[in-house]
Write a protein that binds this ligand. Sequence first.
Ligand SMILES: Cc1cc2nc3c(=O)[nH]c(=O)nc-3n(C[C@H](O)[C@H](O)[C@H](O)COP(=O)(O)OP(=O)(O)OC[C@H]3O[C@@H](n4cnc5c(N)ncnc54)[C@H](O)[C@@H]3O)c2cc1C
Length: 454
Amino acid sequence: MDRYEVLIAGAGPAGSFAAERLARGGVRVALFDGRPPGEPKACGGGVTSKALKAWPHLLDAVGRTIDELDMYSPSGKHLHLKLDEPFAVYSRIAFDSFLLERARAAGAQVFAEKISGRGFKRVDGKMASVLSEGSPDPVASTTPRGLPARGPRSAPGSDTEDGWIVRAQAGAEFFADWLVGADGANSAIAKKLAGPLPPAEMEVAFGYRAPLPVDCEAATVVAFLPNWVGYAWAFPRIDHISFGIATTQDAFDHDSLDALMWDFMVAYYGAGSYGTPTGRGSDRVTGSTMRIWKRSQSVESPEATAIRKELKKTAERYAARIPGLAPRTWDTRHACGQQWALLGDAAGFADPVTGEGIYYALRSAELFADAYLSGSPLDYEQRWRADFGKELQRASQMRRKFYGNFWGAPFTDRMIEFARGHRGIRKVLGQLVAGDQGYVNLKKKLARSALKPL
Ligand SMILES: Cc1cc2nc3c(=O)[nH]c(=O)nc-3n(C[C@H](O)[C@H](O)[C@H](O)COP(=O)(O)OP(=O)(O)OC[C@H]3O[C@@H](n4cnc5c(N)ncnc54)[C@H](O)[C@@H]3O)c2cc1C
């Protein structure tokens, strides 16, 4: 049985980044992921400028930087934002394999295989010692087939030889001092070690990958939904556009939301005026204003019908969940314990307002690796809480207000309306998109900016 100091399940951004940093620090790391080659993780692939500043090497991954954004309010009001700090949009195949290859190059052992959902078991020091001597296993249910000669090594800061026996899907077993769950929003490891999350603490995101409009520069769009919590997006990547809607799982009504998604996509291609998925258009999609969320015309134009028909042939659907922890769960749920840790989505680390999770996946990986390398892996708990825990808890407290009403209209409508006429508010909004403006002082900052002279 192969033995590792840290075994990581999941080679998304969290798992690969943790593996890279640990391996660079001299730790013997195994990284498992059984995602079939070429199958992307469902994701918009947007990476904030805050993340790009923290880890500039991310810009070496093949992607697209975005410095202009079109935003729409639930009533269809438009705001064009020029971003001081560009963000990037990646295909998740490109982004994930970039990070995985860095982990491999740093010395992590990569296995293209899943960890079996129930195939991990803690063994105590006594058993680990017995196993390391190659003696018969005293407990039949956890019998491994012998350990390598060098025997168990203690985790830093630990004086025991406890660990984990982990079974991969093909049946091989591995021993690890530490087990790290970076296996995403449906993490089997998190369910077992930190407890399952109720459906109300999950968001749903779904959408379509569709062709780039030919002869057009594709716009990057975020549009808040009318009468629903959440927003729709259009993120152009190198070779296609990722369209999507992120909303709460408890109020999810597939048919209505899918109809909104299609209206959004058809409006995006400009109903024949700006370009179509097949490229008949000649104008730019960027800079043009979409007519969205307006269902007053009961009969669709022939151009819109043509676009819809074309998209039906080419658009590929995807859907997945994003954690959206409730305010009090941030206090009660732990991301590490005795020789285990959870990173990224597995730990619930996504912004409950926007669903943004890549930054938190990378940051949690970094915080865990640093705590491990410093010899006190359990410090990870207090490190993530101090670093971004408060901010995400504040975001989950804000969610209802953010998507609720303000002065008789949705807050998001007011925000876009005010930003259209006020440079200060536009700036704060740009910082929010960049990831540099948190929710903790958002209201104060917006109010202060609004009071400044135009
Ligand atoms: C539709 C959608 C759009 C999104 N858009 C954005 C966005 O634009 N920007 C943003 O910041 N965030 C976005 N998010 C959130 C973002 O995708 C996640 O927060 C981020 O991917 C979390 O990274 P992770 O490494 O924790 O998990 P993941 O990226 O989910 O990676 C987990 C990995 O674990 C693997 N795995 C699962 N089970 C096992 C197992 N048993 N054994 C081994 N491996 C396993 C999976 O194959 C996967 O590769 C979006 C999410 C969705 C669903």
